[in-house]
Write a protein that binds this ligand. Structure first.
Ligand code: AMP
Ligand code: ZN
Length: 114
């Protein structure tokens, strides 16, 4: 895990974040620049730089991530109205933070994907 990784620091509690759900494997916190009324970031606590970097034998972490997505969207009351989960991978997708993370966007109609 790189020392300078901002999401590792959030996972360790070294820098603050508005946490909304946490378990042994996964942390969910509010995005600092929200693009929707609800904009959350879901991370595995273990550092993977991108989606490409999860070894075959560790893909179960994705079930943990999406379990957290189910739980928090239900808890916040956006599960039924709807939300988008999104992961940016590398340059063409505009990935900025190289610790695997999933966005949850909801709380308003989001339009169709362009
Ligand atoms: P991307 O890597 O393109 O998926 O975008 C990274 C996302 O992380 C952006 O939406 C940022 O607003 C968000 N972000 C960056 N630093 C923080 C932070 N310290 N706390 C919460 N969200 C952050
Ligand atoms: Zn990290």
């Amino acid at each position: 895990m790189p020392d300078e990784c901002i999401f590792c620091k959030i996972a360790k509690g070294d820098i603050p974040a508005e946490k909304v759900l946490e378990n042994e494997d996964v942390l969910v916190f509010k995005d600092i620049h929200p693009a929707a009324p609800t904009h959350l970031i879901v991370i595995p606590k273990k550092h993977y730089a991108t989606l490409n970097d999860i070894p075959q034998g560790e893909l179960a972490v994705l079930a943990k991530v999406f379990g957290a997505v189910q739980e928090i969207t239900k808890k916040l009351g956006i599960a039924e109205s709807g939300y988008r989960t999104l992961v940016n991978t590398n340059r063409y997708a505009g990935q900025i933070v190289f610790h695997l993370h999933f966005h949850i966007l909801g709380g308003r109609p989001l339009g169709t994907m362009g």
